[in-house]
Design a protein around this ligand. Sequence first.
Ligand SMILES: CSC[C@H]1O[C@H](OP(=O)(O)O)[C@H](O)[C@@H]1O
Length: 349
Amino acid sequence: MPPHAEAPVRALSWDGEQLLLLDQTMLPHEERWLALRDAEAVAVAIERLAVRGAPNIGIAGAYGLALALTGRPDLGTLESAWERLRHARPTAVNLAWAVDRVRDAALAAGPARMAAAARAEAQAVHALEDAASAALCTAGATLLAELLPRTPRRILTHCNTGALATGGAGSALGVIAALAGHGPVEVLACETRPLLQGARLTAWELGRLGLPHAVLADGAAAGLIARGEVDAVIVGCDRVAANGDTANKVGTYAHALAAAAAGIPFLVAGPTTTIDAALPDGAGIVIEERAAEEVTHLGGVAITPPGTPARNPAFDVTPAALVTALVTEAGVASPVDRATVAALLGPSA
Ligand SMILES: CSC[C@H]1O[C@H](OP(=O)(O)O)[C@H](O)[C@@H]1O
């Protein structure tokens, strides 16, 4: 890490009785921590992106279900909290995967040990995601160093995929941070309209990491790629179908098309917990449609004429054929197809 890099970010922490969340809607101007003690508060935090990123909403949801049982460890409480949390956001598979794991552990433990089992499973989910991040960041950095022998390695990324979004050091942004250990990097961070995760959060993380970077309008990416100013694109993922089709923040598909047209690598990085082996391809991925006001307003100020309608799909799907490699803690799939994705999951899938 560069000598002036700050300590790694922690987006959330568990003290056994409450979930502490760094409210990401307040960044980069204010570091405000929330102390959440019930499932409803965690569900609301997920819905308003106070906590966000596929792995981190899974971790938060897991702790939220454990919190629900702390007060009333009974089946009715478990089921209602599980339903509420599981449906807080539909696209990222990690949320459902994590709360299902905690629910199953609580049911298996029985009424007397339900609360303790839920807490232990939530902590296991958190540890699993931390470990997955560390392994995939190393694998991704090694791959990019091999693919891009010249330095500085100019990497474009989208949205926020650092420690604010995942366990450990992140996914795509964690790969970029690890790549800096292989030689100089220059990061192009797309602002990521409408909620500006790139401009607000990735720029904040890159400043703490001490890595050279520039923020750009999402619409500027394709032209810079076409002009040869980008060596590779790496992004995160919210749900990867069994054939490798990948849902990620809206705008990702456009970067994949531009990368393909320019003949540069387009990488997707994420833990295997983001792979939905039950989903045959990307056509079945539910794309979250968020409020029009997120598009028509900026910082609470209207940027369109009053009453202007807006579309606000929060994600899009990139076909596997446009993905050079899928980087996970279980290895790298390239090409990305049904067989190589299944190999990442192993025989248990
Ligand atoms: C590495 S987290 C995966 C994913 O989550 C982000 O979406 P959101 O900010 O809406 O939670 C973005 O799509 C990241 O790539």
